[in-house]
Design a binder for this molecule. Structure first.
Ligand code: SAM
Ligand code: SF4
Length: 326
């Protein structure tokens, strides 16, 4: 375990394994994003596994694969299996749009994947398409397969967009309750271009809570930690749903319990999603030396974590979320 300059325990690494995606979420993919036309220099499976080994040796315990869409990577099952075999790796999760989960849930479970977070912004197929550019049917099929594949947990993630999916929050709550999935409602963050986060389309956690209070009673679960993310959980008295709110923009205490580092698909450690600082591991990985250099770079990333994110100012992301790993 590593303690950063502000006393936070850093034991979680989120790894983007690709910046490519088969969806085009309004809030994530910058319009006209051309990053993919470049030849990707993504870390190989072996390089990812090596970094995880060094991180686990340093005391990091929880790992999440993300992207872009991680299920697009053909060697995903091999990456999970390699990570699962490393001593000290306690939990491997994945964040996915679910489009390929029906085919991959079982092999991933067998390879050692413990938890799955599926993005689901709407249950109305037309609205789902409008928000993501994708098709709802395969995502629901993926969620069903994941639910029966024996994972420790399947969670749903929904990004709140005013004027888009506020009418979907209640159907999503009922869906989550019916299947026993925790549902997380995520405040929109400015991770594509500064223009995505406007007052017109931003919906706060407090507003989403208010909408839910019109239907049910929210019972705070201050001790409830579902996974290792920053959500504040509430149990809905009548539906039984467990709903987490990720108030990245409105919760002034959001960063106080931050426990993570991020690794980009092209091998840069990012101490904070909302801070441009990055440390490249790629050259050190490829120079043929031992693991000491990688360890030192990971340690300096821990010490380089800022106290707070910078989303509340006029933050301009210089790389889209797909490239960083949401
Ligand atoms: N493709 C996978 C998925 O959609 O879950 C993994 C990558 S995605 C970047 C990871 C998470 O980031 C998803 O839950 C997505 O909803 C969230 N996300 C993307 N853009 C966001 C934004 N602008 N604000 C808040 N959350 C965002
Ligand atoms: Fe793709 Fe996930 Fe971003 Fe949507 S949120 S565009 S599915 S990476």
């Amino acid at each position: 375990m590593h303690i950063d300059t502000f006393g936070r325990k850093i034991d979680y690494l989120r790894i983007s394994i690709t910046d490519r995606c088969n969806e085009r979420c309004l809030y994530c993919m910058p319009e006209g994003y051309q990053g993919w036309s470049l030849k990707p220099d993504h870390l190989t499976a072996g390089e990812i596994i090596r970094i995880v080994r060094v991180a686990a040796d340093m005391g990091l315990r929880k790992f999440r694969l993300t992207g872009g869409e991680p299920l697009l990577r053909p060697d995903l099952v091999q990456i999970v299996a390699g990570m699962a075999a490393i001593p000290g790796v306690e939990q491997i999760g994945i964040s996915t749009n679910g489009t390929r989960l029906a085919a991959l849930a079982k092999p991933l479970r067998e390879a050692g994947l413990a938890t799955v977070n599926v993005s689901l912004d709407a249950l109305d197929p037309g609205l789902y398409h409008q928000m993501t550019g994708g098709t709802l049917g395969p995502v629901l099929a993926g969620i069903r397969t994941a639910a029966s594949a024996g994972f420790d947990r399947v969670k749903l993630n929904c990004v709140l967009m005013r004027g888009m999916n506020e009418g979907e929050i209640w159907p999503l709550v009922l869906f989550a309750a019916e299947h026993g999935f925790p549902l997380r409602l995520i405040e929109l963050m400015p991770v594509t271009s500064g223009g995505v986060l406007t007052e017109r389309n931003f919906m706060s956690s407090a507003e989403a809570m208010e909408l839910l209070r019109q239907r049910d009673q929210l019972i705070p679960q201050p001790e409830r930690h579902v996974g290792f993310g920053p959500a504040k959980y509430y149990q809905l008295r009548h539906t039984g749903a467990l709903v987490g709110f990720i108030g990245a923009l409105t919760n002034p205490h959001f960063c106080e319990t931050c426990n993570k580092l991020r690794l980009t698909a092209d091998g840069k450690v990012r101490p904070c999603l909302a801070d441009h600082g990055e440390i490249s591991l790629r050259e050190t990985l490829r120079c043929g030396d031992g693991d000491t250099g990688i360890r030192e770079l990971l340690q300096s990333a821990v010490l380089g974590k800022p106290q707070e994110h910078r989303f509340r100012g006029a933050f301009q992301p210089c790389r889209p979320m797909t490239a960083i790993g949401g």
